[in-house]
Design a protein around this ligand. Structure first.
Ligand SMILES: [Zn+2]
Length: 284
């Protein structure tokens, strides 16, 4: 299938109380692992790319890779730009065929965040592209965005409603205590706020910082209203650990394709586990 907009799959997830996995790909093989596992599990899926990967490959190449791999599937695959902070890059992604982008202007004061986000929404919607915004601040490290835990700001339902009304975003990152990167201490999650956010809005909510949360916590986040579940650090960890594992065990063998195949298999296992946990398995 051609790449699709994530709006329909996220609305269905919100309605059905499950979440669509949004996996941060870092190269051609990780896109394959995500898409092939989605096909095997009949799961709608979102492949997303963050700024570091975009700096490495460029949006044109990434869009072409995703389009090429998704063309072989029958399940809906969306491509999304994660944490866009540079309007020029976001516009380039739109021009290159990304069906969905995130504008993260959350470091700015509310009105400035609204202004920057609304500007992107206007350009994106004119091209039929979906937009994720962020109000409140998610802590942790996401490529070149670094937010200390004490600088995290939880999203309030009033803000979320006003932000969506003034910007027209299609779905919204909910800052409710999850963080990017690895958790050094257990996060203080505000599940009540997530429930209130869901009750007071009619658009899908996004959980950032999915890596490292215990399974029961993931289930609660999904049951409480998270419809898009982002996983980035876990991809990198599984990839690197799998390569290390293979190389350690086959130190005299110089077959890079075998190393990559091992990482691909491990990535698929991990991704499939999340599709089952999030409830998106069998929904496509
Ligand atoms: Zn994020």
């Amino acid at each position: 299938m051609p790449l699709v907009s994530p709006i329909e799959m996220l609305r269905a997830a919100r309605e059905g109380r499950y979440a669509v996995g949004a996996f941060n790909a870092v190269d051609y093989m990780t896109i394959e692992a995500v898409v092939h596992e989605a096909q095997a599990r009949r799961a709608p899926v979102i492949v997303q790319t963050s700024s570091g990967v975009i700096k490495r490959f460029g949006v044109r190449a990434l869009a072409a890779m995703a389009r090429d791999i998704a063309a072989e599937t029958t399940v809906p695959v969306a491509l999304h730009l994660d944490h866009g902070t540079d309007a020029a890059v976001i516009r380039q992604a739109i021009a290159c065929g990304y069906p969905s982008v995130m504008i993260d202007a959350s470091k700015h004061p509310f009105d400035e965040n609204v202004r920057r986000t609304a500007e992107i929404v206007q350009a994106a919607h004119a091209a039929g592209v979906a937009v994720e915004g962020e109000v409140g601040v998610v802590a942790g490290v996401e490529d070149d965005i670094v937010i200390k835990a004490d600088k995290a700001i939880y999203t309030t339902p009033e803000e979320a409603v006003e932000f969506q009304r003034r910007t027209g975003v299609d779905f919204l990152a909910a800052a409710i205590g999850t963080a990017h990167g690895f958790y050094k201490v257990a996060p203080r999650l505000d599940i009540d706020t997530l429930v209130a956010l869901r009750e007071n809005t009619d658009f899908p909510l996004v959980i950032h910082g999915g890596t490292g949360l215990p399974e029961d916590v993931v289930r609660r986040l999904v049951a409480s209203g998270g419809s898009k579940f982002n996983l980035s650090t876990q991809i990198k960890q599984t990839y690197i650990d799998a390569m290390d594992e293979y190389i350690q065990a086959h130190r005299q063998e110089y077959d890079i394709l075998k190393v990559l195949k091992h990482a691909y298999d491990r990535l698929r296992e991990m991704i499939g586990g999340y599709m089952a946990l999030l409830g998106s398995e069998g929904k496509a």
